[in-house]
Design a protein around this ligand. Structure first.
Ligand SMILES: [Zn+2]
Length: 54
């Protein structure tokens, strides 16, 4: 089954839990995320589905 709605998800910092992440291009790995709050940099972030119905 396919949905037309794009799934809404948000990314959270695994270190401090902040959603204040921005995407940063990296040379080898391709991409990384950078947390504004605690300064975490890495490809691993926590992704939470925000899809809500009702
Ligand atoms: Zn953080």
């Amino acid at each position: 089954m396919s949905r037309k709605r794009t799934p809404r998800s948000a990314l959270f910092c695994p270190q401090c839990g902040s959603a204040d992440l921005y995407y940063e291009a990296a040379l080898i790995t391709g991409y990384k995320y950078h947390c504004k709050k605690c300064g975490y940099i890495g490809a691993f972030v926590i992704e939470k589905d925000l899809e809500r119905e009702g």
